[in-house]
Write a protein that binds this ligand. Structure first.
Ligand code: UD1
Ligand code: MG
Length: 458
């Protein structure tokens, strides 16, 4: 049967007190993206026609994150934290306006894959009025249990706090992901009461209500890892490990070499080409692209996009970076260019074949094709008030220990003598510019000096 339009409701109103954080739980990140961001991405990948996110009061930062990632998503506020059933009702107008299927996802379950979401919708499209997603838990403590009968028919979901001893022995647990045919959802939710151990309106009660009305209810299952729910910092770290393991496997499957996969950290959006080699101890923040045949040597940190900047880091074909290089937002290392040890680059482009091999800061700059930047070169881009630009021409040669005081231009094929401070007037193309003091030599100076000092001592 073909699929009907899909509304996905993401529940994100929980405070997440066990995180012990000023930040709402769903804004904590996995692979550089908030948990709610991961779930929004999955909703889009699964083909949701519309997405609704339920947040708590005073969660403007969650609202902003949703708007940033999916400007079309509708945000609803759940006033009290009266349970998952009450949270879904906060999105009542979205449910009323929707003709099709509805899936409810939790924003604290960021490892969920789009294929599972699609499977859930298929179950509903195929005729189930209510579908629940379960998993067999190694340790079911804390989860709601899926209670089945005879041939596996789902009859109820029981929260642990309300379960009998026998029900607690069941290891088939509720992931939280549920699917509904839209036309019944509001009627079913209106019947949910709060006479239970937590005096909350449980979304899960809809299963039993639907059964008593003779509606078709079904249970699907998935792996425990995929629906791992995060309530604490330790669980956040566990989810990060799972996420990284997946990303490393994907990157290698696509043809990159990771010499020590466990020591390379990717973000949710890192793009890595073929025949890329990444050496040990590398951290890649969001917004990093590494093109084919590039090499990232050991101990590098690429920050990519941050809160202020939307510009990432791009390592073009055949470029080499590191060891010990730091790339900050807005950096492009052009084809076959190279950036070596203890070089920091921010908001700058190295054109094809340009080089800065050691101990350098290049910020707010353009380095022309084939230019060579000597050790200890600094672009002085900030005067305490404004940031200014440095332009280094193609084929230019910047001698070691040079300070380029921005705004400044060094023309194509120009030379700057080692130890110079270049400020004010631009350096013409093809010229040599040098500002260091002229050299003075004093023959025999050492002996005279030492004798003088010895005399003073005696
Ligand atoms: C829930 C399920 C449980 C399941 C478990 C899986 C219910 C009643 N229980 O329990 O069966 O095994 O998840 O992880 O559904 N939320 C709101 N508003 C509320 C309460 C919660 O938006 O009033 C949101 C939270 O932000 C979170 C999600 O709903 O994203 C789940 O809430 P949580 O309190 O973590 O539920 P669990 O006790 O884990
Ligand atoms: Mg939970």
């Amino acid at each position: 049967m073909s699929k009907r339009p899909l509304l996905i409701i993401i529940l994100a109103a929980g405070r997440g007190t066990r995180m012990k954080s000023a930040l709402p739980k769903v804004l904590h990140a996995i692979g550089g993206l908030s948990m709610v961001g991961h779930v929004i991405k999955v909703a889009t990948a699964a083909g949701a026609a519309s997405t609704a996110v339920v947040v708590g009061p005073d969660m403007d930062n969650v609202r902003d994150e949703v708007a940033r990632l999916d400007p079309e998503a509708e945000v609803f506020v759940q006033l009290g934290q009266n349970g998952t059933g009450d949270a879904v009702l906060a999105a009542r107008t979205a449910i009323e306006g929707h003709r099709g299927d509805i899936l409810v996802l939790f924003a604290d379950t960021p490892l969920l894959g789009a294929a599972t979401v699609e499977r859930m919708q298929q179950a509903v499209s195929d005729g189930a009025q209510v579908a629940a997603l379960g998993f067999h838990a190694a340790d079911p403590t804390g989860y709601g249990r899926l209670l089945t009968q005879g041939n596996g028919n789902l009859i109820a979901i029981r929260e642990e706090k309300d379960a009998t001893e026998t029900e607690r022995e069941v290891d088939f647990c509720n992931s939280g992901l549920m699917g509904f045919r839209g036309e019944h959802l509001l009627t079913l939710l209106n019947e949910v009461g709060n006479t239970n151990a937590q005096s909350e309106y449980y979304l899960t009660d809809v299963v039993e209500i639907a059964r008593t009305r003779g509606l078709k209810v079904t249970a699907l299952s998935c792996s425990e890892t995929e629906v791992f729910g995060i309530n604490s910092r330790a669980q956040l770290a566990y989810a990060e490990r799972q996420f990284q393991a997946r990303r490393r496997a994907d990157v290698m499957a696509n043809g990159a070499t990771l010499i020590d996969p466990d020591s390379v950290f990717f973000s949710h959006d890192t793009q890595v080409g073929r025949d890329v080699v990444i050496e040990p101890n590398v951290f890649l923040g969001p917004g990093v692209v590494i093109e084919d045949n590039a090499i990232v040597k050991a101990n590098c940190h690429f920050q990519g996009i941050d809160r202020k900047s939307q510009a990432g880091v791009r390592i073009c074909k055949g470029a080499e970076v590191g060891p010990f290089a730091r790339l900050r937002p807005g950096v492009t290392i052009g084809p076959d260019a190279s950036v070596g040890n203890f070089v920091e680059v921010k908001n700058a482009t190295f054109q094809a074949g340009a080089k800065a091999s050691h101990l350098t800061y290049i910020g707010d700059a353009n380095v022309g094709a084939g230019a060579n930047i000597g050790a200890g070169t600094i672009t002085c881009n900030y005067d305490g008030f404004v940031k200014s630009q440095t332009e280094i021409g193609a084929g230019a040669f910047i001698g070691s220990n040079t300070a380029l005081v921005a705004p400044i231009k060094v023309g194509d094929n120009a030379y700057v003598g080692a130890g110079s401070v270049i400020s004010g007037k631009d350096v013409e193309a093809g010229a040599l510019s040098v500002t260091r003091a002229s050299r003075r030599d004093f023959a025999g100076w050492t002996e005279k000096y030492r004798e003088k000092q010895l005399r003073k001592k005696t």
